[in-house]
Design a protein around this ligand. Sequence first.
Ligand SMILES: NC(=O)c1ccc[n+]([C@@H]2O[C@H](COP(=O)([O-])OP(=O)(O)OC[C@H]3O[C@@H](n4cnc5c(N)ncnc54)[C@H](OP(=O)(O)O)[C@@H]3O)[C@@H](O)[C@H]2O)c1
Length: 258
Amino acid sequence: MSVERTALITGASAGLGAEFARQLAGQGMHLVLVARREGRLVSLAQELSAAHAIEATVIVADLSEASAPAALLAELRQRNLTIDVLINNAGSAGPDLLLDRDWAEHRAYVELMMTSAAALAHLLVPGMVERGFGRVLNVASMAGRLMRANDMTYGPAKAYLIALSEALASSVKGTGVNVMALCPGFTRTEFHSEPQMHALRDAIPEWLWYDAEVVVAEGLRALARGRVVYSSGWLYRLVDPLTQSVFSRFLLRSLRRG
Ligand SMILES: NC(=O)c1ccc[n+]([C@@H]2O[C@H](COP(=O)([O-])OP(=O)(O)OC[C@H]3O[C@@H](n4cnc5c(N)ncnc54)[C@H](OP(=O)(O)O)[C@@H]3O)[C@@H](O)[C@H]2O)c1
């Protein structure tokens, strides 16, 4: 008899999050779909519960609000839902640390990109350890592997998620809980549809883009295998060791000085 599992996916109303929902529903997993746009979550929940005979629950939350993770946990308890798989995926491009002068916007962004992921791990991982099974996938980015000028919050926030995943994975080793940071490169989603992202999107050659289906399928396979940091797409896996090498970091630093 197969065990019934439930996955909570943040940022499930679009892009990679919606694709995680589709692929996990395809594996027979029940879902808790979290984001701000309720209409999208409800139609995805209806589509997937009908197609895969699973239960899909919608919880509307703005994860840039400090109170959101605790409210989410209260909602899960009220509905008697136990989470076996946590996909911390919600995210956006965010403000410019120097040019955008409203600090409240930056604080909310840090809350969304880092604090909410740590808070959900804090709230949900102890239960996974106690039950002897759990999966946590933090959607980071190749941007978290190599710091660049003018990227003062997005890349560093993703670097935090990678470091958090490594630390968490070490802490729960041998308990039946796998923790992984997934580092996608450029992926076709709604992420680059904001006007300020169009120039970047149009400058990136076609061969550097991957489809969300590929990124999610590779990510879920790597998570099941117990990988801790995983770059999706063979091209990015090829480049990743270079981004971590002392030599390439030195080279980039000297280029910046020049
Ligand atoms: N696309 C890429 O090239 C790429 C590359 C590397 C990493 N990533 C990462 O992948 C993750 C998913 O992005 P995507 O590419 O799938 O982008 P997307 O299509 O724009 O989806 C972003 C998701 O995050 C949710 N979200 C944004 N702000 C939120 C908030 N304050 N509270 C709750 N949910 C929020 C959105 O839902 P609502 O608007 O409904 O709230 C949406 O479901 C992000 O963490 C991103 O940094 C993307």
